[in-house]
Ligand binder design. Structure first.
Ligand SMILES: [Zn+2]
Length: 272
């Protein structure tokens, strides 16, 4: 209702000003300055019941050089909130304001949420890794820079550690970044990402080796419980293997073959 009132009031004002101007024309009336109606919002009281719209952080690598990454993420139809370069002293570019949506996740799912662009912050890291055939290490300086940035984001938006994810976690059928050389354990040690209870995993592993492995149906159920979108038909098809590869790249990067072995399943059972 408010804008309508403003419109009517200003139209009336315009008519009466025009009339006044016509009357005074011979007396030398020039243009009468009109001020736009002022919008008054009182922000002195802030509600207690609120939280951030940002619930996830999604980590990526760019598969491109610094210059090319900047060009792709700022001049095309993809973007990210932040870009960390691979210079000796890495630079952090902010390309999209955190209050706005960047286009980095694409078709994606994590727990019961889909299309994560709407509720996430995307961080791209310059890295030459390709689509599964070639991996490039991240520099220590890049990871140190990322840890600082991530700690700030996680703290400001109160993001839960299981919601700091890789692109491959939320789109395992399409994406492999940030790849098996990304040091998830370092993030977990800094309290910034989920990890598993390593002692418990060792116990589960020996139990599985002694007593045999649980079935594919159990594994699919556990992967779903961990956040992954995975088939639930009890068969080890290509889609299930892709999810398992994403899981292994993150938690058991030494071997990511999509085979449900005792170690992988023990880790899955020990996620915190
Ligand atoms: Zn990505």
């Amino acid at each position: 209702m408010l804008p309508l009132n403003i419109k009517i009031r200003s139209r009336r004002m315009a008519i009466s000003l025009a009339g006044a101007c016509a009357t005074l024309f011979l007396a030398g009336c020039a243009t009468v300055p009109t001020e736009p109606p002022k919008l008054n919002i009182d922000r002195s009281i802030q509600a207690q019941a609120q939280d951030s719209r940002v619930e996830f952080v999604v980590l990526h690598y760019t598969s491109a050089s610094n210059e090319r990454s900047l060009e792709l993420l700022s001049r095309r139809n993809v973007s990210s909130h932040y870009l960390i370069t691979d210079e000796p002293v890495p630079r952090i570019y902010q390309l999209v304001d955190e209050s706005r949506r960047a286009w980095h996740a694409g078709v994606s799912q994590w727990f019961d949420r889909s299309n994560l662009n709407a509720a996430s912050i995307g961080i791209e890291i310059v890295n030459a890794g390709g689509s599964g055939l070639f991996w490039a290490p991240y520099s220590n300086a890049q990871i140190e820079t990322l840890l600082l940035l991530l700690a700030d984001i996680v703290q400001r938006h109160q993001i839960k550690d299981h919601n700091v994810v890789g692109h491959s976690d939320i789109a395992p059928q399409r994406k492999v970044d940030p790849g098996p050389l990304f040091p998830w354990k370092k993030l977990a040690d800094a309290g910034l990402a989920r990890w598993y209870d390593e002692t418990l995993a060792e116990q589960h592993r020996s139990a599985f080796e002694r007593q045999g492995l649980p079935g594919i149906g159990w594994m699919q159920q556990q992967l779903e419980k961990a956040g992954y979108e995975v088939p639930r038909h009890g068969k080890l098809d290509k889609a299930t293997q892709n999810v398992l590869i994403a899981f292994q790249m993150r938690y058991r990067p030494r071997l990511y073959d999509g085979v449900p072995d005792a170690e992988t399943l023990a880790i899955l059972k020990s996620l915190q």
